[in-house]
Design a binder for this molecule. Structure first.
Ligand code: UD1
Ligand code: UDP
Length: 440
């Protein structure tokens, strides 16, 4: 079996690394396609080195451009590669423009798409990432989903549960595997090495790069004003290139850089960054990956956004949405730093993203689908005589798998009163309300 992997940015390299490792262990063929969306050494090459994964077989070297131009150029590049390589499945991860381009091209070539970290929804269509994840989920043949809640998002969009595998998030695999290695070796980045964590109080890891924050002067100033006010803290701020540029354009960079309690450093390698996060009293971020890593590393997170496609972290109690409102940010930072019980309750939030076996689960499922011929995308050749969408309350003692088999049906939604349940094959449907498609 041949698996092609499309990646373009820092978080995709990190979250795909455990999957690439697992493919290599199983002696399967892998083709790595880098779109070149992230190209600085600190945003790309360093991660291949830190995570010990092979360098890409192809680099489309698209660089930075508008969404349309970047996606278009990458689609052209990926199409040529896929026609030539003929993989059995193309894996994409997350919600970047690489995911959009990879999913669309592969689906149109009738190559199975496997979406890693599928099903996340912020319900905010102004986010470029929300469009990317929704389009990818329309194109996919397999969904590797971090949590049951995310799977329910896909069920509500009428996607078949038979294509869904709840895997946890591969960020946990990467975190568990690399944290111990990271702690044992010397910190690589000189500016970080100079920071004496043992004698520093109130350490905050800060990252931000979301377009809706850093390209919006009002929101950016709201956040910056909070940082300026928090003089009793030590804020370590590895700065994303997008943020560096916009801070400079808005004339905010020099003032921030001159403040004693704010330590601006280059984007860090993965191992250094894990050490920084695990030495922090709290994480202040608008990053998707950091919300997941914070709850994995038992560090309280404050998210500089008004919504999140990772609501599980909030429900679990490890993450609070603070938006870009100065007073709210300052208030919650101080609450965490001054109220030990509050901080402790956030630290002990249960990690919803699994136990670090996401890559194994992903590859097990791909092998199973391959063996059962489910990666072959072709038009159905049965003549459809009827197709009906129905609802019912089930009064038999029958499981999901038995119901689907006996009644030639596909169950979409299952309700237990107001609660929506995932239709696991062995779920007993007695007295539950279901919505299903019936084929004849
Ligand atoms: C992209 C993803 C975002 C993801 C983030 C991870 C999309 C739509 N956005 O956002 O979902 O969370 O990556 O970090 O795919 N730049 C450099 N050097 C680089 C890369 C970028 O200087 O190596 C600068 C360029 O000025 C560029 C800007 O950063 O215009 C933004 O880069 P881009 O890849 O478009 O978006 P990100 O904000 O990185
Ligand atoms: N990260 C890193 N160095 C940094 C900042 C982040 O290694 O200086 C890692 C972090 O551990 C996480 C990922 O990058 O795994 C998150 O990437 P980013 O915030 O750029 O993107 P998002 O997750 O929001 O898509």
């Amino acid at each position: 079996m041949k698996i092609a992997i499309v990646l373009g940015t820092r978080p995709e390299i990190i979250k795909m690394a455990p999957i690439i490792d697992e493919i290599t262990k199983r002696d399967m063929d892998v083709v790595l396609i880098h779109t070149g969306q992230h190209y600085d050494k600190e945003m790309s090459d360093n991660f291949f080195k830190d995570l010990e994964i092979p360098l890409p077989d192809y680099n489309i070297s698209v660089g930075s451009a508008s969404h349309g131009k970047q996606t278009g150029l990458v689609m052209e590049g990926i199409e040529d590669i896929l026609i030539n390589e003929k993989p059995d499945i193309v894996l994409v991860q997350g919600d970047t423009n690489a995911v959009l381009a990879g999913s669309l091209v592969a689906a149109k070539l009738h190559i199975a798409v496997g979406h890693v970290e599928a099903g996340l929804r912020s319900f905010d269509d102004t986010m470029p990432e929300e469009i990317n994840r929704k389009v990818s989920d329309v194109c996919s043949a397999m969904y590797f989903i971090p949590t049951e809640d995310a799977a329910i998002n896909l069920l509500a969009e009428n996607i078949s549960h038979k294509k869904m595998i709840i895997t946890g998030n591969s960020v946990v695999d990467a975190c568990f595997r690399h944290l111990e290695i990271a702690k044992k070796r010397e910190i690589e980045e000189e500016s970080l090495r100079e920071i004496d964590f043992d004698n520093l109080d109130n350490v905050i890891t800060l990252t931000m790069h979301r377009a809706e924050n850093v390209d919006d002067e009002t929101r950016l100033k709201g956040i910056i004003n909070a940082l300026k006010e928090l003089t009793e803290t030590n804020i370590i701020f590895p700065i994303h290139p997008r943020t560096q540029k916009t801070l400079q354009n808005f004339g905010l960079y020099d003032e921030l850089d001159s403040l004693d309690h704010i330590h601006m450093v280059k984007p860090l390698g993965y191992l250094d960054f894990l050490v920084l996060q695990s030495n922090s009293d709290l994480i202040l971020t608008d990053s998707g990956g950091l919300q997941e890593e914070a709850i994995t590393l038992d560090v309280p997170a404050l998210t500089l956004r008004y919504n999140t496609e990772r609501p599980e972290t909030v429900t679990a109690g490890g993450n609070i949405l603070v938006g870009a409102d100065t007073d709210v940010i300052v208030g919650f930072v101080r609450k965490i730093l001054e109220d030990d019980d509050f901080a402790e309750s956030m630290k002990s939030a249960k990690n919803p993203y699994g136990d670090g076996t996401s890559a194994i689960r992903t590859l097990d499922a791909i092998e199973k689908f391959y063996e059962e011929g489910l990666l072959t995308i072709e038009a159905p050749d049965d003549i459809m005589t009827s197709f009906k969408r129905k609802m019912a309350v089930v009064n038999e003692d029958i499981t999901v798998a038995e119901f689907e088999d006996r009644y030639c049906a596909l169950i979409h939604l299952v309700y237990n009163n107001e609660e929506m349940l995932f239709p696991h094959d062995d779920l007993n449907l007695k007295n539950l309300m279901i919505a299903y498609d019936k084929y004849n």
